[in-house]
Design a binder for this molecule. Structure first.
Ligand code: 9Z3
Length: 310
């Protein structure tokens, strides 16, 4: 009898851009594995759960992909080559600093002379320059690969393909699973083809449990990698218990617990032996420090210890 996750792959087609992404992942990993680099797969953003094959409506969640986008910048800074596997249109490393009006406010427009000029305001140059330098270094040296998903099924296909490529890095690979993956979905064979009609009776939509991919990921796909999962809760009293349950069940290395309300300034690291908080003070927050800087520093330290054990 096939397991829950195996029947998921057997009954859900890969996304249309799957083979292109698989090739990108293979080429990227092959190139960097030759150089004995450390690599991290960062997953980021929420997943959608379509309610129709020709999707007009879907179930979604809150995640904007901040954790993943910010962490990616810090992993690159620490010398990791990075696969940024993100929800399409969620926040991205580097460009996140210039989202919306922020970018417009950095520019100056001068229409007085014969030629209109646009310049970066002097005080914005200090902000822009280091980000641009880091972006160029990552881009021009091919140290980051962007691959995207939208639905929970796209995510499943892409995650397995990424793991197949990462396996060859053995202990040098980190999986940093920060995406907010839906726990529930409507299986493909139960979806209507066309838009659900609003006339007549209200639809009764039955969600089912999504298989837990951490199980095959840890035991079969990347058994030597340093796997870090995230646990999100809204009730603090169950956070550590839930994180520990996940560690005991899947036998990976680290769970980072966070609360929806305080995720920007506090997380808890739960390892098989202990747990400890990482907290940003009010002063640090006001200075613009980001908690991902210390999360990544701690993950890297744990990964280094892990590599030394082999
Ligand atoms: C996280 O817990 C992330 O830290 C957040 C980041 C999604 C809270 P934002 O995108 O938020 O920066 O706004 N990710 C994992 C959430 C999750 O679904 N975990 C599963 C669970 O808790 C296990 S893999 O059951």
């Amino acid at each position: 009898m096939s397991s829950h996750w195996e029947s998921f792959y057997a009954t859900h087609l890969p996304p249309t851009d799957f083979e292109d992404n698989r090739k990108l992942l293979q080429d990227f990993c092959e190139r960097h594995n030759r150089n004995n680099e450390r690599i991290v797969l960062v997953t980021s953003g929420g997943t959608t759960v379509p309610l129709e094959h020709n999707t007009v409506r879907f179930v979604d969640n809150f995640s904007a992909g901040t954790r993943g986008a910010v962490s990616t910048e810090y992993f690159l800074e620490r010398g990791y080559v990075t696969i940024f596997m993100h929800r399409l249109k969620s926040l991205q490393p580097f460009t996140r600093h210039f989202n919306g009006q922020k970018f417009m406010d950095m520019l100056e427009l001068d229409e007085r002379g014969p030629n209109t000029t646009i310049t970066v305001k002097p005080d914005s140059v200090d902000v822009l320059a280091p980000i641009l330098a880091q972006y160029k270094a990552a881009q021009e040296n091919g140290r980051i690969l962007y691959v995207s998903f939208t639905t929970v099924s796209d995510y499943f296909w892409l995650l397995r393909a990424a793991c197949e490529c990462l396996a060859t890095f053995t202990t040098r690979a980190v999986l940093y699973l920060a995406a907010a993956v839906s726990d529930f979905y409507v299986p493909a064979h139960e979806l209507p083809t066309h838009k659900i009609q609003s006339g007549g009776v209200a639809p009764n939509i039955q969600l089912q449990l999504v298989p837990k991919l951490l199980a095959p990921l840890v035991s079969l796909w990347v058994p030597h990698a340093f796997v870090v999962s995230f646990k999100l809760e809204t009730d603090e009293s169950i956070l550590i218990t839930k994180a520990r349950e996940a560690l005991n069940k899947y036998k990976h290395k680290l769970v980072i617990g966070n609360m929806l309300q305080t995720r920007r300034n506090k997380v808890v690291f739960v390892t098989p032996d202990n747990h400890y908080d990482l907290v940003l003070t009010r002063e640090q927050l006001l200075k613009g420090m980001e908690i991902e800087e210390i999360i990544v520093a701690n993950v890297v330290a744990n990964h280094t210890d892990y590599i030394k054990m082999f």
